[in-house]
Design a protein around this ligand. Sequence first.
Ligand SMILES: C[S@@+](CC[C@H](N)C(=O)[O-])C[C@H]1O[C@@H](n2cnc3c(N)ncnc32)[C@H](O)[C@@H]1O
Length: 299
Amino acid sequence: METYHTPVLLEQSIEGLSIKPDGIYVDCTFGGGGHSRAILNKLTSGKLIAFDQDADALANHPNDDRLLLIQGNFRYLRNFLRYHHIETVDGILADLGVSSHHFDDETRGFSFRFDAPLDMRMNQMGTLTAQKVLNEYPIPELKSIFRLYGELNEAGRIGSLIERYRSQQPIETVAQFKEVLEPMLPPRAEAKILAKIFQALRIEVNQEMEALKELLVQSVPVLKKGGRLVVLTYHSLEDRLVKNYIKNGMFDGEPVKDLYGNFSVPFSPINRKIIIPDDQEIERNSRARSAKLRIAERN
Ligand SMILES: C[S@@+](CC[C@H](N)C(=O)[O-])C[C@H]1O[C@@H](n2cnc3c(N)ncnc32)[C@H](O)[C@@H]1O
């Protein structure tokens, strides 16, 4: 059987949570449950609340009474916790983005390796699909998605190719989309460019930046004083949001000084230097290569 997902920076992120055996922890991104299992191993009477918006992840549920696994989006963290009568927790872990399962499932349109309908929804009940984004978004918006989320200098060209194709017929499948992009794909760097384009689309379909921002804002009231926030990112925009929020309690700009001239920020960073996987981990798991880990403590 194919592995659902190999957890990235497992030891370092669990250490970052500084787990109290009787504490309450949240794993925002359950996936294959690798991080969740490691948290459960450190708990005695504690509790773990885990989220995944993809129903497929629920099949990885370990048989453990201390775990509450919620099929839902972590952008509603506070509401879900309140529903379960939990106001504050000791630690929050978020291992962002998609799992290997998403790339390996030939039917869901996340990977350019397989032809499939352009779907790319992590939450299969969601209404926004990659087809909708490609066929219905205004072209300037599409260009900025490819520039921002794909970090593609050729975003303008991609937008123009989409515009031309979709004026004749809708773009519905991965194969069709690759046909659209064909004229701008350099023969030897094809996979690299396609990976960036598909990444950009997926981030938009799943509203990943918006969900991350909402999670970070809610982590402030939800974490107890001394509680830990541990975030694994795979994209420079995501990392910048996390870095700025940990440093300043805001996504851009400088924090406001109080009456006494002091900054009041919600977090203290635990690792000043970013934590990244070593060569052995990347060798074992190439999907770890872009990971960055940030750990902060609630003030
Ligand atoms: C990188 S994987 C996590 C892997 C996990 N740490 C493990 O050890 O197997 C990210 C998972 O989070 C889920 N996910 C991503 N964004 C989400 C969101 N906003 N709300 C809930 N789940 C989300 C995805 O469906 C995916 O299963």
